[in-house]
Design a binder for this molecule. Sequence first.
Ligand code: FAD
Ligand code: SF4
Length: 512
Amino acid sequence: MAMTMTTLRLLLGDQLNIQHSWFNDVDDTKIYVLMEVRQETDYVLHHAQKILAIFAAMRDLATQLIGRGHRVHYLRIDDANNHHTIPANIDALVKRYQALAVEYQMPDEWRLDQQLYLHSRTSTIPWRMVESEHFYNGRNQAADIFMGRKQWLMEYFYRQMRVMYQVLMDDGKPIGGQWNYDHDNRKAWRGTPAEPIDRRVKHDHTRLWQSIVDAGVASFGAPQEQQLPWALNRQEALQQLAAFIEHALPHFGDFQDAMSTKAWRLFHSLLSFALNVKMLNPREVVASAEAAYRAGLAPLAATEGFIRQILGWREYIRGMYWANMPDYAEKNFFNHHRELPAWFWTGNTKMNCLSHAITQSLEQAHAHHIQRLMVIGNFALLTGLAPSAVHRWYLGVYIDAFEWVELPNTIGMSQFADGGLLATKPYVSSAAYIDKMSDYCKGCHYDKKIRIGEKACPFNALYWDFFERNKKILAKNPRIGMAYRQLEKMDHNSIAEFQQQAQRILDNLDAL
Ligand code: FAD
Ligand code: SF4
């Protein structure tokens, strides 16, 4: 073989897109490189399932590529030749194969983008970056859409996307005459319709898990190594998509914001892992949902609500990330510095909503949007936890957590640490909202209606204390005028009582 022609093609752990045009031709001069490196297992403390699922899916892709005749160099976590950083491994492989070029797909995380770019500049051979062929938009396209606008309103972006990509459009107008059916999508779930059964394929990855443990990789959460429930290749991801469209999409809209102790998945797709590691393309997920609506299999409100998450939120969040990195990671609008309570790592708290949401996160490596935003994130913001610590927790715990999508959701949407670049108001609530959308309060040690005293739901005093202590910076925000009008009506003593109650809570977070 002509060694002189060899090109290394790097595939990162979230670039498992077997439909990429790289794979259109079998070419002996191209060697696909995948590596299980400590650099990636250790940059934050990850959930066990996240490490396991990414490695297992990488191995699956490597096997498929080899099966199709491609050349693959796979570095396992326990490989004696593994240098455990991407640049060191690439350099060693360039030498070994006498490669004349390195190619890589556009990374989605700033950290990796920088690392590869900076390393490429020290190399004596050319490094070329190609598109990952995954997203609707280019990295900076959202910034172009918002050019000259003061605020990045998601709804504006979403409408542009609908028109640009002709999604749920008929004759230039949104189907049904409305762009957004969110007001139909806010029901609590009381047990019917039944939660669809979990049809995800389960995998036994005991050996792989053992090799991760033996390598000394630290992690947290339940590995579920004998029953790993995540799609590990495109075929399984497509099956999961089909099952979602048939069994869950019709009810997705109604119960999108609902939470229940009896049904942790409810009608969510659990497709975020398959999407974020690029086994699935967002266009095919959106097209399947639209086709279901057009075939009369799903209502418009549910379909539009689901499509908005992918065509709208997912692309918008990515645009926000690239427009604001690297500074975005350091944002701390409220100057919050408190450490996470210890029970973020165990779920052992008497607050039933948090106990459920966190225990579920530790067991399943997943919680749905409202659990992330209005239970865990709400608590973190009201108690003034350090946004960087909150960010690291979210980045570690969820199966779908990659910085480009996790960071703006956490720092921007959930913690308002960017001062309102992304969200128009802080997402906070007292017990009333959690009680309305869930059955958590019924089994709780605390009483949702009580505001002061040992039995009082901590969210109640924390909520008013948050608005009171941030009056100077928030009172002018028209979207939260109501909270301030209510505060104005309260007498001085009640406010002081709230503040004292909140202080007691803040002094004893670990004991909640
Ligand atoms: P579904 O409810 O079925 O929604 C369908 C798809 O829409 C998801 O798979 C996802 O790809 C997309 N989507 C929905 N909401 C968002 C959103 N706000 N931003 C981007 N995409 C969205 N999502 C991640 O993919 N990775 C993360 O690390 C992540 N961290 C989050 C942290 C916080 C604090 C919050 C509030 C939200 C976060 N999200 C994150 C968004 C959302 O919670 C998850 O995408 C969703 O829960 C994944 O479950 P699902 O696939 O069942 O989603
Ligand atoms: Fe959560 Fe308060 Fe309800 Fe308990 S009473 S579940 S702490 S909101």
